[in-house]
Design a protein around this ligand. Structure first.
Ligand SMILES: Cc1ncc(COP(=O)(O)O)c(C=O)c1O
Length: 444
């Protein structure tokens, strides 16, 4: 580690931290200044196991040489090039590579800077698609309760997490929501996809009945709801959604910002479930978190619908300065190569039963544990709220995990989520389970 990275800042005031309890953090900071493979390193040299792959993004682990070198080389060769009306080779190579990994005819890629932009891009492409195909009345967007689709106005409108919405006015008009797929009563302590709940997809028929399919552009869901606290899809649910969308000529968008790039043992969750959506949004794991990047995979028929009119005219009036930034493209290519070389998606798939057993056996029955859910290399533990208020117990758990047990965990409300880099070893799974168990006991 360079001396520069080891320096701790001495003034925490100016940075308004995102999605953070700023005052509590600044009173007792959880600061990291280095990282390698499965661990963060604190300014005072303590190794903290990364139970969260950063923010669900560092799937290849931290500071991997091939990714670092690709970024360094790219910075020397070409720092920036516009992708509006110009191009650079790596962004085309990356698009082709991602398209080749995606199922079916999801073979065009629109790049942007992260997950929120990916979601807003997908929603805009859906609306524009119906316009260019002569069905401009199809404007409604359907999301889901407890869904997380980032923080843009499109994303929070189709999203279903109350605090992410309630402060921000009337949001987009013409949005409706499917019900959440979670029912603790019928699903608690399930490993993998729960048996109960496919019927929640039938609510789409009710929504179509209410608004009429001629007004509905698209349905967007996370195949596994992540940020709301990890809700695996009930068996058959996603297949049902696909069938209902087909029946009514509605586009289906899978938001795979978390589930893409190996988290569920496949390049995309779409493959795990044998369901081909019309668009897939991705981000995070595409560069293993090393450089910000997001994108939308689009089916051929959608892309082709735009390729009309005079050739010198822009076909889609949408894009970001940093769509397909050279550094992100280089990092993406190196990351996808690393995933392939090390077989990290297959590794996640192989480890899934080991992971599920370790999580369930370790946490079920501990004090205050109301539910444990697992899917791919993801686990969530719901804790009973403390009498001092919702979220306090999980916040205490996150603090204790970091300061006392040398692990980083992610919390949502009173849920602890675990999503380690895909390079985690079996013994590290045991270590993580053990440390989280101690943490849960510590906040009993
Ligand atoms: C499913 C999903 N969509 C969108 C986003 C937003 O991504 P970003 O934070 O990169 O804007 C996230 C972030 O966690 C996500 O989980």
């Amino acid at each position: 580690m360079s001396t520069q990275t080891a320096l701790a800042p001495n003034d925490l005031e100016s940075f308004w931290m995102p999605f953070t309890a700023n005052r509590a953090f600044k009173r007792r900071p959880r600061m990291v200044s280095g990282a390698k493979d499965m661990h963060y390193i604190t300014a005072d040299g303590r190794k903290v196991m990364d139970g969260t792959a950063g923010l669900w993004c560092c799937n290849a682990g931290h500071a991997r040489r091939p990714i670092i070198e690709a970024i360094q080389r790219q910075a020397e060769d070409l720092d920036f090039a516009p992708t509006f009306q110009f191009g650079h080779p790596k962004v085309f190579a990356l698009a082709a590579r991602i398209a080749a990994m995606a199922p079916g005819d999801l073979d065009h890629v629109f790049f942007c800077g992260g997950g929120s932009e990916a979601v807003d891009s997908a929603l805009k492409i859906a609306l524009a698609y119906w316009n260019v195909t002569g069905k401009g009345s199809k404007t409604r967007l359907i999301g889901r309760e407890r869904g997380y689709h980032g923080v843009g106005f499109g994303g929070i409108s189709v999203g279903g997490i109350v605090p992410n919405r309630k402060f921000f006015g009337s949001l987009l008009a013409g949005v409706d929501h499917l019900p959440t797929t979670y029912s603790r009563e019928n699903q608690a302590f399930t490993k993998g996809e729960p048996e109960y709940g496919a019927h929640f997809a039938d609510e789409l028929e009710r929504i179509v009945g209410l608004h009429d399919a001629s007004t509905i552009a698209a349905v967007i869901v996370e195949p596994m709801a992540g940020s709301t606290g990890v809700l695996p899809p009930p068996k058959g649910y996603l297949q049902k959604l696909r069938a209902i969308c087909d029946k009514h000529n509605i586009l289906l968008i899978f938001d795979e910002v978390i589930t893409g790039f190996g988290r569920l043992g496949h390049a995309f969750a779409a493959e795990r479930y044998g369901v081909i959506p019309d668009m897939i949004t991705f981000a995070k794991g595409v560069t293993s978190g090393a450089v910000p990047m997001g994108g939308v995979l689009v089916r051929k028929g959608i892309f082709d619908a735009f390729m009309n009119g005079p050739e010198h005219v822009i076909e889609l009036f949408h894009g970001y300065t940093y769509s397909g930034h050279p550094m992100a493209a280089a990092a993406g290519l190196a990351t996808l190569e690393l995933y392939k070389e090390e077989g990290l998606f297959e590794r996640a798939k192989k480890l899934e039963p080991v992971w599920a057993d370790a999580m369930m056996d370790s946490f079920k029955g501990l004090p205050n544990v109301l539910d444990v859910r697992t899917l791919g290399l993801v686990a969530a533990v719901d804790l009973a709220p403390s009498p001092d208020g919702p979220g306090k117990r999980a916040y205490a758990a996150m603090e204790s995990a970091f300061h006392d047990h040398d692990i980083m965990v992610r919390i949502t409300g009173d849920t602890i989520a675990l999503t380690p880099p895909l390079i985690i070893s079996e013994s590290q799974i045991g270590e993580l389970a053990d440390k989280v168990s101690k943490t849960i006991r510590a906040v009993a």
